[in-house]
Design a protein around this ligand. Structure first.
Ligand SMILES: [Mg+2]
Length: 184
């Protein structure tokens, strides 16, 4: 974990928010606090759980629970078409979800911001895809941290453009499995 005190300061003398982390659980919550972050807009697919429901981000759920204990507000923003999955995770993680979010369009980001009752600079978007999460955060005026994509069967366009918009998860051995029968 990074120590905020060792983290470089920006020109305004504030801590810099890193743009990339390998996984959710590597994001230092104290560093987010030191950067003034109080709210997290969270992507679901391939950030916390793989699109095919085979893998979980290691330690991701515990990291979220710890963040909630530390007072961070969360909203899930998911473009996923299977609403039952989003509902399931919204309930399991005890946080609201907006679905379909139609990222990178900014409307769902603004809705999440309104729900959290925070300013844009107090919110960070965390997700795995450049063209939805990073771009949407930029359009809507929020900070963003991109995490590596959990392994998933590539869509046709991801076979061509995937490496430009996502960072593949480096080590499958490190991943936690998930049992999709939990949805029933
Ligand atoms: Mg995603």
């Amino acid at each position: 974990m990074q120590n905020p005190l060792n983290n470089p300061l920006n020109k305004q003398g504030k801590y810099k928010l890193p743009k990339r982390f390998l996984r959710l659980a590597s994001i230092d919550l104290d560093l987010l606090k030191a950067c003034g972050i109080q709210g997290i807009i969270l992507d679901l697919d391939n950030t916390l759980v793989s699109e095919d429901d085979c893998y979980l981000s290691p330690g991701g759920e515990d990291w979220i629970k710890l963040a909630q204990l530390k007072g961070f507000k969360f909203v899930i923003l998911s473009n996923g078409k299977r609403r039952y999955r989003v509902k399931y995770w919204s309930h399991r993680l005890n946080m609201p979800a907006i679905n379909p979010a139609r990222k990178p369009f900014p409307f769902a980001f603004y809705k999440a911001k309104g729900h959290m009752q925070l300013k844009s600079k107090q919110i960070v978007v965390i997700g795995d895809s450049f063209h939805t999460d990073v771009l949407g955060a930029w359009i809507s005026g929020h900070f963003c941290i991109q995490v590596a994509s959990l392994p998933h069967p590539p869509l046709w366009w991801e076979k061509i453009l995937g490496r430009w918009v996502q960072t593949p998860y480096p080590d499958r051995d490190d991943l936690w499995s998930f049992d999709a029968s939990e949805y029933k």
